[in-house]
Design a protein around this ligand. Sequence first.
Ligand SMILES: *Cc1c(COP(=O)(O)O)cnc(C)c1O
Length: 439
Amino acid sequence: MSALNKADPQVARIVEAERRRQSETLELIPSENHASTPVLEAMGSVLTDKYAEGSPQKRWYSGCKNVDDIEQLAIDRAKKLFGAEHANVQPHSGTTANLAVYLAALTPGRKIMGMDLAHGGHLSHGMAVNASGQFYKVVHYGVRKDTEMLDLDQIRQLALKERPDLLVTGASAYPRIVDFEGFGRIAREVGCPMLADIAHIAGLVVGGVHPHPFPHADFVMSTTHKTLRGPRGGLILCKKQWARKVDSAIFPGYQGGPFMHSIAAKAVAFFEAMSPQFTEYAKMVVRNAKTLAGQLTELGWRLVSGGTDNHLMLIDLRTRREQLTGEKAAQWLASAGIVTNKNLLPFDTRTPGVTSGIRLGTPALTTRGMGEQEMKTIAGWIDQILKSDGEQTLISKIHEGVLELCREFPVPDNPYQTAPEEIRHARNISNPRCKLQPG
Ligand SMILES: *Cc1c(COP(=O)(O)O)cnc(C)c1O
């Protein structure tokens, strides 16, 4: 960053502060991760200069030979990684990608059926103030009140009554396996296509620790920056018959020029995700989540649906302390260097700004090489802080422990050069992303 340092120290200082924040805190927000240095390098390349509206070999601009090569490579890798018939790697984000699927599959005014945001769904699945809720009719399904899990019989009944034109599956705060095969059966019975939104779980899907959405889904949408550990961006995969509609929904439907630097970084991330280390990583993410969830449960905290099958969990704060809110809990944890987010629980009586729950996930900590022992330590800290009513001396003491753990597990420069077990014990690896070298 020396060029930036010299030219614009003001920006450089803030970037450096963020790098430092990441290295000195425990990142438990389940939608976040640490991209590898090769991914960051591709993102920061000269490809950002190039305009390339269109698709490989069919551009509106000259000089596209190199970006054609990079986009074709990203497409080929995405198809291989997900076993897809067609891939569009241009979406700037997950939300844009979902909107593009709607544009490809539906005319405005038709009906989408997706999971309720308040039960763990995503705003792009028909939230009233999102474009998806304004351009389409929306029906929402949620989890059962008793099990806090999706009930396919209930969802089938609703689908048969409502007759949606597109069935949307996937969530941002659902700790259980999504039964894509079961959803696919419902879509076929209703006679509508199905979109599987795997934004959160894409890394688990390619790592083989979550069932695959194909061949049950007609469209699969993902982000590339969550469990997939790539650059910030989106991705659409679909069956061949939808290829042209999807491509023209992205361009010229929702976007102009693609971000070629991001597409290059996506290609790098897809390549990384094909490695055996990534499969190990995905397994470890789930194992760590189960350990963290198990330990929190043992310490007396009730988790939504009683646990987790994937990378995330939701703590029901009310079960231990009726007055405790997600807002307060997240603040206390953050002041000890434990970064989480407040989250509505299914059937929550509080507002989205306050909430009765917090959401925790293990993708970023697992990238740092942490394992089950560290999960137990962290569960203990969370328990103590939440029980103490944010007692300041306790928070300061735990913060010391957090810093020590961060020093022991620096954010790796390139997690693919070191297997998780090796990272765990590599206390002396030099890591340019981490100023805090282990002493
Ligand atoms: C994160 C997420 C998205 C959208 O991703 P952005 O890149 O933030 O727009 C879409 N769907 C689900 C289920 C998500 O969790």
